[in-house]
Design a protein around this ligand. Structure first.
Ligand SMILES: NC(=O)c1ccc[n+]([C@@H]2O[C@H](COP(=O)([O-])OP(=O)(O)OC[C@H]3O[C@@H](n4cnc5c(N)ncnc54)[C@H](OP(=O)(O)O)[C@@H]3O)[C@@H](O)[C@H]2O)c1
Length: 266
């Protein structure tokens, strides 16, 4: 999976922003950000429709990720939800299909549907999102569980709790983590500690926050922006790998967890 992807939550909601949103996603593809993360939930399908318009005639350039809502995650519900997502995205396949978070459907049903979709060529890989350690262990013991390719999680400098036990478990099982809300929906960018760090090191706060994530093993980032200039700024994180000294400085400013915490999600 590409390390830098583009999020799409809240895209497609405002028709006046449509042209800019499409051209931002297309610029991302031009500049090598080949992963697009979306979900049936976002704008009740409007984000998927917008992505479909952005990737028309460019499907092979994209690693396309979408998600099934827990309320649709029964066996039959997952199969039907995937078909709806494919129609909105105007494609015949997803590269990665995720369970958005845990609901009432047993993991075994969702996994059985994922395997069926995979056999039918409608999804290449499958994974999960917002699962805590106990849920990951339960998933792992179900048929098809060990084939999950990612757990997409809330992770950024101000949300490091998963480092206590979930991330080590995922690494041990060779499951990469997709870090969502990597700049804490822009709130992190006003944090004085981050602003100070970024200023000292000639970065923008967004670049510092994204570079920190990109320096970590098995972590992908999927920041969302509907703005071409901010997209270029964010992609600049790839050109500014942080040194060991800079990472240590960020550890002092944003300390890792000192114990277990319940999983946070947005
Ligand atoms: N699995 C899940 O449960 C889950 C939950 C949340 C998110 N996600 C996924 O992860 C993606 C990213 O998370 P997110 O959208 O919640 O938050 P985010 O990427 O941390 O932040 C997005 C916000 O930051 C702004 N922004 C982006 N770059 C900026 C920059 N350089 N300077 C200033 N502002 C900037 C954006 O506004 P502009 O667009 O105006 O630039 C937007 O308001 C989502 O879009 C979605 O695909 C998944």
């Amino acid at each position: 999976m590409p390390a830098f992807g583009m999020g799409t939550w809240n895209m497609g909601d405002d028709s006046r922003a449509r042209a800019e949103e499409i051209s931002t996603l297309q610029l991302g593809l031009d500049l090598g950000a080949r992963l697009i993360d979306t979900a049936e939930m976002y704008g009740d399908g409007r984000a998927e429709e917008l992505v479909g318009a952005a990737i028309a005639n460019r499907r092979d350039e994209v690693f396309l990720v979408s998600k099934v809502l827990p309320s649709n995650a029964s066996h039959r519900g997952t199969l039907a939800a995937c078909d709806r997502s494919l129609r909105r995205l105007k494609t015949d396949r997803l590269d990665l299909y995720l369970l958005h978070w845990r609901g009432n459907a047993p993991f075994s049903e969702t996994l059985a549907a994922f395997v069926e979709l995979q056999r039918a060529g409608k999804i290449r890989h499958y994974g999960v999102s917002n699962l805590d350690l106990d849920e990951m262990k339960e998933l792992w013991s179900a048929p098809g569980g060990p084939a999950v390719q990612t757990n997409q999680l809330l992770y950024n400098l101000s949300r490091r709790n998963i480092e206590w036990d979930l991330l080590p478990w995922l690494r041990q099982h060779r499951i990469p983590t997709m870090a969502y809300s990597p700049i804490e929906q822009a709130r992190l960018l006003a944090d004085p500690a981050l602003v100070g760090f970024a200023t000292r090191h000639g970065l923008t706060p967004a670049q510092a926050a994204l570079s920190w994530l990109l320096a970590r093993e098995d972590i992908l980032v999927i920041p969302k922006t509907s703005n071409r200039e901010r997209l270029k700024e964010n992609l600049g994180a790839l050109k500014h790998p942080l040194t060991a000294a800079q990472l240590a400085e960020l550890d002092r400013l944003f300390p890792p967890p000192a114990g277990p915490h319940p999983l946070e999600m947005l």
